[in-house]
Design a binder for this molecule. Structure first.
Ligand SMILES: CC(C)=CCC/C(C)=C/CC/C(C)=C/COP(=O)(O)OP(=O)(O)O
Ligand SMILES: [Zn+2]
Length: 471
């Protein structure tokens, strides 16, 4: 029994449906089995070469990718701002940067994708689209600096967002395109980081997203569809950014996401599907966001008075509230995150929160300032194992063994790796302890802002820039 590999993750239904072959499943099982054997009796942090992040190889792979960006395109022709973002963000996560020429070329290229009436298309002259718009904004923020940030025309950008707004409260991906939770997130995330979020943009978005939370607890792309990690990240992050996250059923969401980590150590995107490296961020990001929503979670679980009693336990995390000391509660201006959560709690209790709209552009900034009082909602060391051992290639990352590397998976595996490395830190300014970083400490990546998925320092620079420069 001891030597037996745990149960397969692809269901018979999935294999019958033809979405996954038996061979796909065996390939994953065989690699997981090897890893499983490898780790039996070996302490998780033993300095094993295979646990090392192949930083130089990844940078080489990403830099090569940029060279191909200027050449002819086929399938990804309408996705070039995405390619820029996946590569630039991965390089930034790896604590590296591109040279001046590449930086300027990227800014110029993205500027050519900017539509005269606002937003960004997938390539020069292409119709503006919310997904490529989000990717272009995050790319320019990742590059940073005056030339890059000032290249975004925020006035036409705002007009584009308003044009994409649908009667339901949601957003359309493009003119005449589909309304879904991705569109809501990409619009709200970009507007928030550019400091142009207002009542008109936020109106009824919350109603639309709430209508997408399913009986399982996760969020679907559209009302009536299946809960999925990608959409759950989008829906949750958007609800936080518009200050309406208390309207989601958070205990149900926690229950759903906690069960999406499989015995292979990675995350699956939805029930009964195979794990995939990219969900390390989509699902890991959901878990990271919920870790900062403890007061609202408590409120929804009927634990609203718990902050008034001081709990003292041996472990920092024995109780989810154990380190919210009386001192911390009485400090004037204690983390605006906590204050913000209280405002939401008051509103939930029927007392109107008038500061809601005035503060909506500050939510992203305040969100990361407070202390984190909740343990990670997933096995953070196991996720690092999946990413480093199953997704990592000699340069680049992949969905799972047997699949090929690509820039999308490289970006989201690295983003997920960063989220898990920092998942036990209580303050945004503190580095993780070596025991929370799998492999050598040199594996440590830059920290991301989990609401936007840009490197935190680049977010701070953009936040200052757009707050100082009004429309
Ligand atoms: C910001 C932004 C644009 C976010 C996009 C979010 C995202 C990744 C959505 C996922 C869409 C989806 C239903 C994939 C299922 O693919 P599948 O059936 O091939 O995969 P599965 O078997 O893992 O579900
Ligand atoms: Zn994937």
């Amino acid at each position: 029994m001891e030597n037996q590999i745990p149960m397969a993750m692809a269901t018979a239904t999935e294999i019958e449906r033809g979405t996954k072959t038996q061979e796909d499943q065996w390939r994953v099982e065989s690699q997981v089995f090897q890893i499983y054997n490898l780790f039996r009796g070996i302490p998780p942090n033993s300095q094993f070469a295979i646990l090392e992040l192949q930083r130089d190889k990844h940078i080489e792979y990403l830099t090569k990718g940029f060279k191909q960006l200027g050449r002819s395109f086929t399938v990804l022709d309408a996705n070039r701002p995405w390619l820029c973002y996946w590569m630039l963000h991965s390089i930034a996560l790896l604590r590296d940067c591109v040279d001046d020429k590449l930086e300027n070329d990227c800014i110029d290229f993205l500027n050519r994708c900017q539509d005269p009436k606002g937003g960004y298309g997938g390539g020069p002259g292409q119709m503006p689209h919310l997904a490529t718009t989000y990717a272009a904004v995050n790319s320019l923020i990742t590059l940073g600096g005056h030339r890059s940030l000032s290249s975004i025309n925020r006035r036409t950008f705002y007009d584009f967002l308003l044009r994409m707004k649908d009667r339901s409260g949601g957003f359309r991906m493009h003119d005449g395109g589909e309304v879904d939770v991705r569109a809501c997130y990409t619009a709200i995330s970009a507007a928030s980081v550019l400091n142009i979020l207002d009542d008109e943009l936020t109106q009824n978005v919350g109603d639309y997203i709430v209508s997408c939370q399913t009986y399982e607890g996760g969020i679907a792309g559209e009302p009536g569809s299946e809960a999925h990690g990608g959409y759950t990240f989008c829906g949750l992050a958007a609800m936080i950014l518009i200050n309406e996250v208390h309207r989601l059923d958070l205990p149900a969401l926690i229950n759903w996401v906690a069960f999406r980590q499989g015995i292979e150590c990675g995350f699956q995107g939805r029930t009964n599907k195979l794990v995939d490296g990219c969900y390390s961020f989509w699902q890991g990001g959901v878990a990271a966001l919920i870790q900062r929503l403890q007061l609202i979670v408590n409120d929804q679980m009927g634990l609203s008075n718990i902050l008034e009693c001081e709990c003292s336990t041996d472990s920092d995390y024995d109780s989810i509230n154990s380190d919210i000391s009386a001192d911390e509660q009485s400090l004037e201006g204690t983390s605006s995150h906590v204050n913000e959560m209280f405002q939401i709690r008051e509103e939930a209790a029927g007392q109107p929160n008038t500061s809601h709209l005035a503060d909506v552009n500050n939510v992203g900034y305040n969100f990361i300032k407070g202390h984190v009082h909740m343990k990670p909602l997933f096995n953070n060391m196991a996720l690092q194992q999946y990413i480093l051992l199953c997704s990592q290639e000699e340069g680049g990352f992949r969905d799972k063994p047997g699949k090929s590397r690509d820039h999308y998976h490289t970006c989201y595996c690295l983003s997920g790796l960063s989220v898990s490395q920092y998942s036990c830190t209580k303050d945004v300014g503190s580095p993780p302890l070596p025991q929370d970083v799998l492999g050598p400490y040199s594996n440590l990546l830059e920290r991301v802002h989990p609401l936007y998925n840009v490197v935190l320092d680049r977010y701070y620079e953009a936040n200052e820039f757009f707050k100082a420069n009004s429309l």
